[in-house]
Design a protein around this ligand. Structure first.
Ligand code: FA5
Length: 333
């Protein structure tokens, strides 16, 4: 005999039981099984509703309403538990897949590095900026005026033969030295001057162990009242020692049209002297070309060959090695 109270208590029991069982389900599969057990065609709720037909007609809506409440409750419990299980799953995955970005990579990463010429320029610039110089730049395609004329080297001057020039069209040329930047800077700036100009230069030189048709120089120019050759020598020595450490330096009297007196700077390397650059006191004619008063100002300048510095620094016996892109060579630096 089925009566109202019996079905009511069965529904109560079902909703109580569902709360415990569903909140303990551990997998989506278990949840699906519970859904079938409670709400499926042959599930508990169907069985209870099946018995409803035997109730007196006025009691049926009471059970119908209660059964509906239980159905909604069970469905809500199933949905909530499903969401909880999904969250737990994600948290578990995140923990398992945590990436330690500080771990070294599995593959040997190929690490880039500076070319020895670039690295040498960087070191040279660092040292000279440390001495108070600032970097100035100029074009590699120059006019005859900036490369020669304003540097006290007119067209018929025999010193033009010292630097065999690549001429371009329309009176242009590839600068043969960074000294052209001296003129460009002084034209635009009043003294005092303390600049360096690292850059590429070009000459029709025959290639050998110490010469290449394209190479790098770093120009230095200081202009002020009262600068002397002693200041120039001191600066060269300070620079060479900062770059190479203890090392023998020699000043050889020389000639440049734009400096007077002039000297070549040699560094002792592998039991022989290697010329690293030229230097001297700025010629008064150069000051006149840029509108500086030569009676008031004096200055010194140098142009050092970067490749030669790199050769001494790294014991490189042939300049061509710096330009052949041989990785076996480059990977040593
Ligand atoms: C000059 O170029 C002058 N402008 C330097 C200078 C500047 C003197 C300011 C006075 C005042 P020189 O031609 O000697 O000088 O070249 C300077 C340095 O460039 C050389 O000592 C050498 O280290 C380097 N050099 C010259 N020709 C080559 C070449 N073909 N390949 C590699 N390095 C070179």
């Amino acid at each position: 005999m089925t009566d109202l109270a019996q079905l009511q208590s069965q529904l109560e029991e079902m909703s109580q039981g569902a709360k415990d069982i569903i909140s303990n389900a551990q997998t989506p599969e278990q949840l699906e099984q519970l859904r079938l057990d409670f709400l499926g065609k042959k599930g508990k709720l169907s069985q209870i509703l099946g018995a409803m037909g035997k109730l007196p007609a006025p009691d049926r809506p009471v059970i119908g309403a209660l059964a509906n409440d239980v159905k909604v409750l069970v469905q809500t419990l199933l949905d909530d538990r499903k969401t909880t299980l999904q969250r737990l799953e994600i948290a578990k995955k995140l923990e398992a897949e945590t990436i330690d970005v500080t771990m070294p990579g599995v593959f040997p990463f190929l690490q880039g590095r500076s070319h020895p010429i670039t690295a040498t320029i960087d070191r040279v610039v660092d040292i000279l900026v440390g001495l108070g110089y600032t970097v100035a730049q100029g074009p590699e395609v120059e006019t005859d005026y900036y490369n020669f004329e304003a540097l006290n080297t007119p067209a018929d001057h025999p010193a033009r033969d010292m630097q065999d020039t690549f001429y371009l069209q329309d009176g242009l040329l590839l600068r043969t030295h960074t000294s052209s930047v001296q003129i460009r800077f002084m034209e635009q700036n009043d003294p005092p001057v303390r600049i360096i100009c690292p850059g590429r230069v070009y000459r029709k030189d025959d290639v050998d162990a110490t010469h290449f048709p394209m190479f790098h120089q770093v120009e230095l120019l200081a202009v002020d009242e009262g600068l002397t050759f002693g200041d120039l020598k001191g600066t060269v020595r300070l620079f060479v020692e900062a770059l190479f450490g203890e090392c023998e330096v020699r000043f050889r009297p020389s000639f440049f049209p734009f400096t007077e007196p002039s000297a070549e700077v040699d560094v002792r390397w592998k039991d022989r002297w290697l010329e690293i650059g030229g230097c001297g006191m700025v010629d008064p004619n150069v000051f006149k070309a840029v509108g500086y008063d030569p009676d008031r100002y004096s200055g010194f300048a140098w142009g050092l060959g970067i490749e030669r510095l790199a050769m001494v620094l790294h014991q490189i016996d042939d300049i061509r090695r710096l330009f052949t892109s041989d990785l076996r060579f480059l990977r040593q630096f």
